[in-house]
Design a protein around this ligand. Structure first.
Ligand code: GAP
Length: 460
């Protein structure tokens, strides 16, 4: 991870915003937190759900060739022998003989402990899988692992999905779920944690067509991030060098994002060949081949695997959306979130708490929340309320004022431009639906007018 910090964002600003506004809290904070584990708060959970929903829509709902799956976190222990995780999913660690901290050898600069200068042991391989016990007796027969990736749940269900869906190749199986890794080097907020969520597709293809499909998925996945508003200059595709490739991978690219700490992996896209199905067939003794009707022969499909992290996408989306603008003597912090991702789509803001106004505003609120996640805010000045919504990326605010009581019209104010238009309450829902779906902002209704929210003047 090297290179420059993009724009005016840094990790401190992102973590502070997340804590302040309830996107993310340290896990079990009242007990002092738990290292590298995080809790998603009321706004965080909405943003996270929207990311997963956007992914599911793009890779499952809008396609004929991909189906979904949700497999258990605990799997038969032989799964991890077959996949190679028991033998190979390890980092070399050296332990300090004085303070007993363990260090990844590739993170060490000298030959002594970075914390206390103590002498280090010879490096030993340390498996990254979390172990636990199934059943009442803690013996080796009942050892199970928290899955370190969702992928294996897909491979072991390949035949089940094929039999029950009667699909032909190419066939993708997609899954979103939690994974666990006892990472040695954690940090950079939610970038690398010990419990995280993955969005993985295993795309099964006929051998020989794997390269073509590999290139297809590189393009498809990169475009997904662009469609969600991530800036092109902050994304890059990086091919793995030979020595970086996992033993089973024929080829692999990372989609990297330019995080504040530098370029780092957002998603990995690998051509895994037929390694996984072959291994599971061997260990389980069950056939995991596919009958190719055209050639009347059995074959073992190759697999293309686009594997993305929900939490890393969350972090990238926030970093990319973060912006600051001068606002008088203050700073307007705003998140330019894509409307599809914004945790709150619309905020309803009555100009005053007077009962007759609140009544109409509540009417508007009740109608809009049937369609979207909407918030209602009547505390403090309207300017402060706009800023609160800007900071969490709410694309539209709807202001109900005293004129609304007469003309049954309200003001829509747009986050990025701060433009405002007035629309009749009876068309509010359809107008907002069109705007949220990406209609050019503020195409004016006949006879309508646009005006700007007044900015504060600097005091000097
Ligand atoms: N099945 C392939 C696989 O798991 P990976 O590159 O190890 O590949 C895929 O992980 C994605 O999962 C990564 O690109 C990243 O987004 C996410 N990920 C992996 N380890 C993570 C961690 N410790 N914390 C957060 N996200 C992680």
């Amino acid at each position: 991870m090297t290179e420059k910090t993009p724009g005016n964002v840094n990790m401190e600003k992102i973590t502070s915003l997340c804590r302040r506004r309830g996107f993310i809290f340290p896990s079990s904070e009242i007990y002092g937190g738990l290292s590298s584990c995080w809790d998603y708060g009321p706004l965080g959970v909405e943003l996270k759900r929207n990311i997963k929903e956007a992914w599911w829509r793009a890779v499952v709902r809008e396609r004929d060739d991909v189906v979904g799956l949700d497999t258990s976190i605990l799997m038969h222990p032989q799964t991890w022998e077959a996949s190679g995780h028991l033998q190979g999913f390890s980092d070399p660690l050296a332990e300090c003989k004085s303070c007993h901290q363990r260090w990844r050898t590739d993170d060490l600069e000298g030959s002594s402990c970075p914390a206390c200068g103590g002498e280090l042991t010879e490096p030993q391989m340390f498996n990254l899988m979390f172990k636990t016990f199934m059943g009442p007796v803690e013996d080796t027969a009942s050892t199970v692992y928290l899955r370190p990736e969702t992928a294996q749940g897909i491979f072991v269900n390949f035949a089940n999905v094929l039999d029950t869906t009667r699909k032909k190749l190419p066939l993708g199986i997609a899954q979103i779920g939690k994974s666990f890794r006892n990472e040695i080097t954690t940090g950079n907020f939610i970038f690398r944690s010990r419990e995280f969520e993955q969005m993985e597709i295993e795309y099964f293809v006929k051998p020989g067509s794997d390269e073509e499909w590999f290139n297809y998925w590189l393009e498809e996945r990169r475009n997904w991030y662009l469609r969600l508003g991530i800036r092109e200059e902050n994304l890059r595709l990086r091919q793995h060098m030979k020595h970086e490739l996992a033993h089973y991978a024929r080829d692999c690219y990372d989609i990297d994002y330019l995080f504040p700490m530098g370029w780092a992996e957002l998603e990995g896209i690998a051509n895994r060949g037929d390694y996984d199905l072959t291994q599971h067939a061997k260990y389980s003794g069950k056939s995991l081949s596919y009958f190719n009707e055209d050639a009347k022969e059995h074959l073992v499909p190759c697999v293309i695997e686009p594997s993305a992290g929900v939490d890393r996408t969350f972090l990238a989306v926030l970093c990319d959306a973060y912006d600051e603008e001068p606002d008088g003597d203050e700073i307007r912090v705003l998140l330019h979130l894509h409307p599809e991702l914004a945790p709150i789509k619309v905020a309803v803001l009555p100009l005053s708490r007077k009962e007759n106004l609140a009544h109409v505003a509540q009417e508007v609120y009740a109608e809009l929340r049937q369609c979207w996640t909407v918030s209602y805010d009547d505390a403090q000045s309207i300017g402060r309320r706009y800023r609160r919504q800007d900071e969490i990326g709410t694309p539209f605010c709807v202001t109900v004022d005293f004129a609304s009581l007469e003309d049954r019209a309200v003001t829509i104010r747009e986050r990025d431009t701060m433009n405002q238009i007035r629309v009749p309450m009876e068309t509010l829902r359809t107008t907002l639906a069109a705007k949220l779906a990406g209609e050019a902002l503020f195409t004016l209704p006949p006879g309508g007018k646009i005006w700007k929210e007044e900015r504060k003047q600097t005091s000097s």
